[in-house]
Design a protein. Structure first.
Length: 119
């Protein structure tokens, strides 16, 4: 059974930083693409960043240059370093794993961690 556990959320002032972690209990972690998503009240969940098994990252345009996704395959953990945070970054952030190919959906999700950015 696959489990994803996020941590690192919290309250931070605008301009500040947070680092989110997502620990995965999954075999062959290195093979799979990992993603970070976020959802604000009243809005649909949106893709924030993703990273493949060999570490090639992709980002939502509005976070490029501010957020950095990385992974430690030995620890089966993916990270999201968030710098220069803005109030509009406030959301519940969740990680997910995609077991299939690039055109597939994400298969397992974590519970999420709240990030609140005050102005």
């Amino acid at each position: 059974q696959v489990q994803l556990t996020e941590s690192g959320g919290g309250l931070v002032q605008a301009g500040g930083s947070l680092r989110l972690s997502c620990a995965a209990s999954i075999r062959a972690f290195t093979r799979y693409h990992m993603g970070w998503f976020r959802q604000s009240p009243g809005k649909e969940r949106e893709f924030v960043a993703g990273i493949g098994g060999i570490g090639v990252p992709t980002y939502k345009d509005s976070v490029k240059g501010r957020f950095t996704i990385s992974r430690d395959n030995a620890k089966k953990t993916v990270y999201l370093q968030m710098d220069s945070l803005l109030p509009e970054d406030t959301a519940v952030y969740s990680c997910a794993v995609r077991l299939g190919g690039p055109s597939g959906s994400y298969d397992y999700w974590g519970q999420g961690t709240q990030v609140t950015v005050s102005s």
